[in-house]
Design a binder for this molecule. Structure first.
Ligand SMILES: *[C@@H]1O[C@H](CO)[C@@H](O)[C@H](O)[C@H]1NC(C)=O
Ligand SMILES: *[C@@H]1O[C@H](CO)[C@@H](O)[C@H](O)[C@H]1NC(C)=O
Ligand SMILES: *[C@@H]1O[C@H](CO)[C@@H](O)[C@H](O)[C@H]1NC(C)=O
Ligand SMILES: *[C@@H]1O[C@H](CO)[C@@H](O)[C@H](O)[C@H]1NC(C)=O
Length: 359
């Protein structure tokens, strides 16, 4: 929280002397990523900065007069087509996942670089930005805008930093000590886990150096022209990288001073629950269990075998279960299970006895 206040203070010092023109590029079409960035671009615009963002989840709030949003919500279709939630499944080996995440990101980045409204921005030599804020995920293509538009760049991740980002920021990242966000390890690792983490690290460095970064560089050049430095160098030029991990959930690790954890940027002021939901919670005398796999991984896509195990287990409980289930009916739904396609998660959380989700 201190770091976050520091950030706000930093921006208010800047705005004291002069309001900045800021370009935000947030390319991942998933609401759980975007809701983190929404707070950032909204707050910056409210503080008088002139903010232009490209995002698949625009706020569309007419009261934000200093904010221009370029809507790329059509990229949700790309995410579906690549089958993100399926290729990230636990059973698949990591060396198949990373190349597929990159393929997805090549296409998402190209879709932005081809966007008419966006071309007008970077192709207009009168359009000067004081700062670019870009989503840090795995693929650095969009960082090339900082080289093209000659503006300093800050990276913001809606989660932790991955191997490539730590490397680019010059942050020591010994794989025998710290696991990686795409690996299923957390806390102190066993010898076997350290060994796998090290292999993964070596493979990632190889894949990035010889395949992913050269390919990303080619894509950036195809749209922005050849007068930009190599993308691998641009990636090392991030002024600051903001992460949003919380040490309660992740192993704390040392970072260079230019990597700063913002932690709970996504937390919004509390709102009253819709009355139907409030009634459900009031009626649940024994307490409520909340079950959600998030926005990317849909409960409706879980194998029938697992669904049946859950249904059987829930059926035996005296509690009310709120299940984020993305369809109108759940076969064999027990009476104590209530399904909703979407829930105001943050406002419900305070009223639960157990939360079932995954990290
Ligand atoms: C818009 O920016 C101006 C300064 O550029 C600031 O004074 C004003 O409060 C901002 N208004 C809103 C609604 O963001
Ligand atoms: C994209 O935005 C349009 C207009 O607001 C809306 O009709 C459409 O449902 C949205 N599509 C997705 C995939 O969010
Ligand atoms: C970009 O700008 C150049 C020169 O200003 C112009 O020739 C070119 O057609 C523009 N490209 C696009 C895609 O707008
Ligand atoms: C790094 O950033 C500085 C300042 O914004 C800029 O002058 C320099 O050209 C950039 N270098 C690369 C490789 O992007």
């Amino acid at each position: 929280m201190d770091k976050f206040l520091l950030l706000i203070e930093l921006f208010s010092v800047i705005s004291f002397s002069q309001c900045a023109r800021i370009l935000g590029v947030f390319q991942m079409p998933t609401i759980s990523h975007q809701s983190v960035f929404q707070s950032l671009w909204k707050e910056l615009s409210l503080r008088g900065h002139t903010v232009t963002v490209i995002t698949p989840n625009p706020l569309k709030d007419p009261s934000l007069i200093n904010l221009t949003e370029i809507d790329i919500n059509y990229t949700y279709e790309i995410m579906e087509r690549h089958g993100f939630q399926f290729f990230m499944s636990k059973e698949l080996p990591i060396y198949t996942k990373i190349p597929r995440i990159f393929s997805l990101n090549y296409e998402l980045s190209e879709e932005i670089l081809k966007n008419g409204e966006f071309i007008k921005l970077y192709n207009n030599s009168n359009e000067k930005f004081d700062l670019i804020i870009a989503q840090t995920y795995v693929c650095p293509i969009m960082y090339s805008l900082s080289a093209k538009m000659k503006a300093p760049i800050i990276g913001v991740s809606s989660m932790g930093g991955w191997t490539g980002s730590h490397f680019a920021m010059g942050n020591p990242s010994p794989p025998s000590l710290y696991s990686e966000m795409f690996l299923p390890y957390n806390g102190e690792m066993s010898f076997y886990e350290r060994f796998c983490s090290t292999l993964y690290y070596l493979w990632t460095r190889y894949f990035l150096t010889f395949e992913a970064i050269p390919k990303s560089d080619k894509i950036a050049r195809k749209y922005l022209g050849n007068d930009i430095p190599y993308l691998g160098e641009v990636e090392k030029n991030l002024s600051v990288l903001f992460l949003t991990t919380n040490p309660i959930l992740y192993t704390p690790r040392p970072t260079v001073p230019t990597i700063i954890s913002l932690q709970q940027l996504h937390i919004k002021p509390k709102k009253a629950l819709p009355s139907d939901l409030q009634n459900i919670l009031d009626d649940a005398k024994e307490g409520v269990i909340y079950f959600s796999l998030g926005s990317n991984v849909k409960s409706i896509n879980m194998p029938e075998r697992i669904r049946n195990v859950l249904i059987e287990a829930f059926n035996e409980l005296p509690y009310t279960i709120l299940w984020k289930w993305e369809s109108d009916d759940l076969p064999d739904k027990p009476k104590n299970v209530i399904i909703k396609k979407w829930l105001p998660q943050q406002d419900v959380l305070g009223k639960l006895i157990v939360i079932i989700s995954y990290l």
